[in-house]
Design a binder for this molecule. Structure first.
Ligand SMILES: [Fe+2]
Length: 194
C-alpha cells in the first residue's frame, strides 16, 4: 500500500505490484459486496490500495466540534468512511458492537490506545501506538480502543476506515467506572454524492 500527498511527496515507499487498487475501485467493491468481508480480507484490500490525497480530497471535510465521519460507501455488509480529525479530537473508548474494523492512516499521525476490560467492569490501557501515513491497523470484534489526534495545534489527521458489518450501536467504556455507555455514530458527509 502506498500513500502520497498532492505535492507528490511519497510518504511511504513500496515495490510496485500488479495488485494495486485505486480508492474508486475500493469504493466500487464496497458498494457491490454480497457478504460480510472478514478482517483479513479488508486488511488485504487496504494493503493493496494506492491512494493519493487527490483521490480523497472531495471527502476530506472537517468539523470543529468533533472529528468528521465522511461516508464513501455503504451496503448491508460493510461501510467505508474517511475520518477527518483536527488536533485534539478523539473517539470515546469503545468497542465496535460486533463489527470488525480496519484503519489506514492517510495523513498525519494517529495515536491508538488499546484497553483491557477488568473483571470489575472498568477498562485499563495496556498499549499505545503511534501510526504514520501508510500504517494499517485492524480491530477484531472484542477489541476495545481509543483513536486520537494528539498532534500539535493545526496538525490535521485523515484516516480511512472500513467496518463490517456497518457500525450500529457501540459500547463505550471508562477507566474510572464500570458503567458501559451506548454510542451511535452519525455521518457528517453522507454519501458525498455517491
Ligand atoms: Fe474503533
Amino acid at each position: 500500500m502506498q500513500v502520497r500527498d498532492t505535492n507528490t511527496n511519497f510518504l511511504r515507499e513500496r515495490a510496485s505490484t500488479s495488485t494495486e487498487h485505486t480508492l474508486q475501485e475500493l469504493i466500487d467493491r464496497m458498494s457491490n459486496l454480497t457478504s460480510i468481508p472478514s478482517l483479513a480480507m479488508i486488511e488485504q484490500w487496504f494493503s493493496s490500495l494506492l491512494v493519493s490525497q487527490r483521490d480523497f480530497q472531495r471527502y476530506r471535510v472537517f468539523a470543529e466540534r468533533s472529528y468528521a465521519r465522511n461516508l464513501l460507501a455503504r451496503s448491508p455488509f460493510a461501510e467505508l468512511l474517511l475520518l477527518c480529525w483536527r488536533s485534539g479530537q478523539r473517539t470515546p473508548i469503545h468497542d465496535h458492537g460486533g463489527s470488525v474494523g480496519v484503519v489506514l492512516v492517510c495523513e498525519g499521525l494517529l495515536t491508538e490506545t488499546m484497553y483491557d476490560r477488568m473483571p470489575e467492569g472498568h477498562v485499563r490501557p495496556y498499549n499505545t501506538f503511534r501510526r504514520g501515513p501508510g500504517s494499517i491497523t485492524g480491530a477484531d470484534v472484542p477489541d476495545i480502543h481509543q483513536l486520537l489526534n494528539l498532534q500539535p495545534d493545526s496538525r490535521d489527521m485523515v484516516t480511512l476506515h472500513c467496518y463490517a458489518p456497518p457500525l450500529s450501536e457501540l459500547n463505550t467504556y471508562s477507566p474510572h467506572s464500570s458503567r458501559v455507555g451506548r454510542w451511535r455514530e452519525g455521518y457528517f458527509l453522507g454519501g458525498a454524492g455517491i
